[in-house]
Design a protein around this ligand. Sequence first.
Ligand code: FNR
Length: 184
Amino acid sequence: NKRNILGISGSLRRDSFNRHVLAAATELAEADVALSTYDLAAVPLFNGDLEEGGDPASVAEFKRAILDSDGIFIVTPEYHHGMPGVLKNAIDWAGSDANHNVLKGMPTATIGASPTMFGTAFSQQQLKQSLVAAGASVMQQPSVFIAHANKKIAKNGAITDEDTKAMIASSLRAFSEWIDHKEK
Ligand code: FNR
């Protein structure tokens, strides 16, 4: 049975390293995994008033995409040692109890790329904390930090470092297997 995994990039930038990692994961996915992506650009800033009478259309669409998936594969940059506001904002919407917290019990995995030597370690730690707080089920291992991303990912998106390519593929594989394991 095929796993439907939803991929989310915490960076909206066109030539984002993290967008490129997500695209590479989509290409590297094995036959039993379908990785589709959801673009967070359309999600408005969280405002509890907007939840009255149901979620705004773009939020409802985002939450539907999560519900229709078997798990969420989140690729995050790091800004000021934390996750991007774009991503935190999306978690706040998805995990809000006002309408339906779609993160509750949802399998999630994090990965990320940055040009620095720590490769999103701080950002992913914070991201995992927020996912846990929203009730999501968070895969703890393997940790995948793509450090010095500028030397491993070309501007056109090609992953020029073979080890990085293998890490991306194996992290998606590990996530899919972890979801299977949870269901047994
Ligand atoms: C950064 N960057 C960064 N990198 C990092 O490893 N740790 C950090 O704390 C920060 N802080 C930070 C703050 C802000 C406001 C920006 C814009 C950038 C650098 C960041 O990793 C780099 O810009 C990446 O290219 C962003 O990811 P995408 O957009 O390429 O996916």
